[in-house]
Write a protein that binds this ligand. Structure first.
Ligand code: ATP
Ligand code: MG
Length: 205
């Protein structure tokens, strides 16, 4: 059976924390491929300004190209053009490719709130989940949440051992806006793209 990781998110912009968790999951879970799935509209970010999908997608393609792991970008949620519920995406994937073992890859901040997601109970039974601990979250709290979700929903939750980078898209947008460097936080081609397209600077998005 092929083992494929799916990583959802807004990726505004993609940074080395995102590619780092995808690469760590691929290594620790022996995944054949990780598909990054940018949301058209993230359900909990509907009232926020988010860069148009074309920019987020272009940066993801550059980041995937620069990664040594087998990362691909899946445009299914963007092509659908509606609010992107992870349940719908994983339901679609598991039906369309029944002989693949899917793992949804997410950061610990997302695990802590996953029970509030659309159709959480059903969602947690669709695929396995691989969780990377972000430095902003307390490790003990994450382990307790993982165990509680395993027990309550029969979910398969795997904690990635490797530590995640202390970086977020919010941090990158704030740094660019205030004219500070972002090298070492995003890949070189993504960094160039942000400056070329004048993303996140004063007067732009
Ligand atoms: P924002 O600050 O805009 O919320 P973000 O950096 O959290 O951006 P998202 O697009 O919201 O990025 O996250 C997509 C997925 O990537 C989520 O599951 C999130 O937990 C995970 N993620 C984001 N940053 C990291 C990181 N540094 N390490 C591990 N996982 C991360
Ligand atoms: Mg986030």
């Amino acid at each position: 059976m092929r083992r494929i990781g799916i990583m959802g998110g807004t990726f505004d912009p993609v940074h080395l924390g995102h590619t780092g968790i995808a690469e760590a999951a691929a290594r620790e879970l022996a995944l054949d491929e990780v598909r990054i799935m940018p949301a058209f509209v993230q359900p909990f970010k509907q009232d926020r300004e988010v860069s148009p999908a074309q920019y987020r997608l272009a940066m993801l393609k550059l980041a995937a190209m620069e990664s040594r792991a087998n990362l691909t970008v899946d445009t299914w949620e963007i092509e659908r053009g509606c609010v992107s519920y992870t349940y719908d995406t994983l339901y679609h994937l598991t039906k369309a490719e029944p002989d693949v073992q899917f793992y949804f890859i997410l950061g610990s901040d997302s695990l802590l709130t996953i029970e509030t997601w659309y159709r959480a109970k059903q969602l947690l039974r669709l695929t396995g989940f691989a969780v990377g601990s972000r430095p902003t979250n307390d490790l003990v709290q994450v382990e307790q949440k993982a165990e509680a979700i395993r027990r309550q929903y029969g979910a398969e939750i795997i904690l990635i051992r490797e530590l995640m980078l202390p970086v977020s898209s919010t941090m990158i947008r704030d740094l660019v806006r205030s004219g500070q460097p972002i090298s070492g936080l995003v890949s070189p081609l993504v960094e160039n793209y942000i400056y070329e397209q004048r993303l996140y600077s004063e007067g732009s998005l």
